[in-house]
Every structure is written in C-alpha cells, then in structure tokens.
Design a protein around this ligand. Structure first.
Ligand code: TXA
Ligand code: MG
Length: 341
C-alpha cells in the first residue's frame, strides 16, 4: 500500500520523479482530473487499469504538452492540424491512426487508433514537458463512478493505489472532453463535451456524424468506454424536467428518508429551497451546472441517509449535450415521473 500524497504547485518535482520511476500521478485539467502514467512504460500503464478497476479493452487518452509529441504516437492528418490550431490546448480529444511501433496495445486497447489531447492546464503541461513523455490519462476515478473534479475526489477513490495527486483546485469545465474520431472517412463525435459538433464543423468545413455510437457487447467498439455504466453513484438517480420540480419536491417531502436535490439557483429560488439541507446548487447557468454535477453526485453518494438523488435535466440544446449525456448515464435513463403513482 502506497502513501498517496497531495502535492501543490511548488511540489511539481516530486510528481515528475514519480512518473519517471513508473508510478501513477493524478493531474488536473480543465475538464476532470486524469490518472497519469508514462505512455511508453507498459508496466506503469497496466497499473492505471488496476488502480481504476477498468476493463482492459477500454483504451486510454494520451496527453501531450505540445504538438510535436502527437507525432510520437499518432499519424497526424489535415483535419487534426486544423482542430489542434483551433481548440488546443482545450477540451477536445482526437482519435487518429496509431503510429506503428510506438505505444502498445495496453494503451490503445488493441485498436489501430490512438486518442490524443492537449489539456488546458499549465501545471499539467509542465509536468508532461519535464517528464519528457506523453502521459496516459483516463479520468482519475474508480471505474464506473463520477469523474473527479477536485484533488480530494481523486484521493477519496484512489488513495493507497497511486503515488500522488497534483492539486490545482476544482476543474473549470467539470465534464470530460469531446471525443472526435478522425480516423474514418467522415469525422464522428463519439462523446459529447464542451466543444459542440457545430464548432467542429465550422473549422473542418465538413459535416460531422454526431449520432452517438451506441455499442453493445458483441459489436466492434467505437468509443469502447461508452458501453459501460458510467458516472454512477451508488444511490438511485432520477432526472427531473424543469416543469416536474413541483411534483418532484412533493414526492421527496413525502419520503421518510432524505432525498438529495440538485438544481439551479433559479429553481432553488422559485421552489423556496434556499438554505435547506439536502439541496445541492448547480449554480447560475449551464456552465456552472456542468462544473458542479459530478461533485454533487459524489456529495450525496457519501451521505449515508440519502438513498435517492433527483437532478435537473437541462433543455435539450447542443450546449447542454455533455451535461445531459453524463446525467443520462448516471441515472440509467430514469426520470422522476416513474416514481409518481
Ligand atoms: O476530459 C477528458 O477526456 C479526461 C481528462 C483527464 O483528459 N479523460 C477521460 O479519459 O475522460 P477516459 O479514459 O475516462 O475516457 C476516454 C474515452 C473512453 O470512452 C474511451 O473508450 C475513448 O475515450 N477512447 C480512447 N481511445 C480510443 C480509441 N482509440 N478509439 C475510440 N475511443 C477511444
Ligand atoms: Mg472516465
């Protein structure tokens, strides 16, 4: 059992040393915290799967500090060049053909493609520069749990299993990067994120297939990660449409055990819930809602008396796709109306 450290900015050298000796270091990014290991050290990469309890057919994203490092693992095409110039560093992961004889099947899950991303976090890009190797970085949570948006979330899930966490406070965006597949004839979004299909189309000048690829066990995986139950706390989670909050609150107040409520500031004011226990604010708008979603699910997951969590669904527009997608997974697609007789 390792003693997991929480390192601040001034202790970057300790994190660099740990990566160089093949240990695991969680790092901050603008989306969620990642679980870092040297992408060229297979023993280290295997430890990432073990620490997360992640199925080994689910490939990892390779994080780079600069565009030169992409060429060490992937074959870059014109689409990728355009998107890198427009969105990196930033919350966009690109799937490209893997460069032969570079990263192993442990990183790619045996696919002939590799996922690459340049995170928008100075400390983490400095970590990658100083280790002089790209880092694999799945979200630094136990597999299946909500992704971590603070160093404390990482510590909660992985202490004793990793060398340390570089702490740079709460992440800004709070949901994982948009994943776009650029290895096929038509680019396709495999996972919605902050960067929308319309933004990607504007740069590429081609139509993107944004029909999310659903994969079943016997189908060849597209984004292998999308087939697993995800982002799910141990409690029962239900989505609530804005119009259903009045009925949802009546239902919650009729329970013997407390029910966790996650809603926006406007909804809290409208339903006079301000200052109440068991209310988690998602903040003022869709951006704060995404930033606070996973933290709220974790808060109630750790709250012993709470067995049910009701979470507001946001209007079905492109800007809210990432939030609604993660909430849909956390809830298993269940709506609060199923609870009403
Ligand atoms: O924002 C993010 O992307 C965070 C931060 C830490 O960078 N990372 C993250 O990694 O969310 P992870 O491993 O939790 O999710 C990566 C997703 C999974 O759904 C995986 O199946 C998919 O990307 N993926 C990775 N490599 C792939 C490949 N070669 N082809 C298709 N999908 C791939
Ligand atoms: Mg993940």
């Amino acid at each position: 059992m390792v003693q997991t450290k929480i390192w601040d900015k001034s202790e970057l050298a300790a994190a660099v040393k740990a990566i160089k000796r093949g240990a695991l270091v969680a790092f901050p990014s603008e989306t969620v915290y990642g679980l870092g290991a040297d992408a060229f050290n297979d023993t280290a990469v295997s430890k990432v799967y073990a620490a997360k309890g992640r199925p080994s057919d689910n490939p990892l994203i390779v994080h780079v500090a600069d565009i030169e490092q992409v060429g060490r693992v992937a074959l870059v095409n014109t689409w990728a060049e355009k998107l890198m110039a427009a969105f990196w560093p930033g919350p966009l992961t690109m799937i490209l053909p893997v460069k032969p004889d570079t990263v192993s099947a442990t990183v790619t899950g045996g696919l002939d493609t590799v996922a690459v991303r340049m995170p928008d976090n100075d400390l983490t890009r400095e970590l990658i520069r100083l280790t002089d190797t790209p880092l694999v970085g799945p979200s630094a949570n136990t597999s299946g749990k909500p992704s971590p948006t603070t160093a404390q979330h990482v510590f909660h899930d992985l202490h004793g299993k990793i060398a340390g966490v570089l702490d740079d406070g709460a992440t800004k965006i709070g949901v994982e990067s948009t994943v776009i597949d650029l290895s096929t004839e038509q680019p396709a979004v495999l996972r919605p994120g902050k960067i929308t299909p319309a933004q990607l189309e504007a740069v590429l000048g081609v139509t993107i297939d944004s029909e999310l690829k659903h994969v079943s066990a016997d189908e060849a995986p597209k984004a292998p990660g999308m087939k697993y139950r995800h982002y799910a706390p141990d409690k029962a989670v239900y989505m609530v449409a804005d119009d259903d909050w009045t009925a949802a609150i009546v239902w919650a107040q009729g329970r013997l055990e407390p029910v966790g409520l996650m809603l926006t500031n406007n909804q809290i004011a409208k339903h006079q819930l301000s200052g109440m226990d068991f209310v988690w604010s998602l903040g003022a708008n869709e951006d704060t809602a995404a930033a606070n979603l996973f933290a709220g699910l974790r808060r109630f997951d750790d709250w012993a008396e709470v067995t049910t969590i009701l979470v507001t669904a946001l209007p079905d527009i492109a800007q809210n796709a990432a939030y609604n997608n993660r909430l849909g997974k956390a809830s298993g697609g269940h709506w609060v109306n199923e609870l009403f007789d």
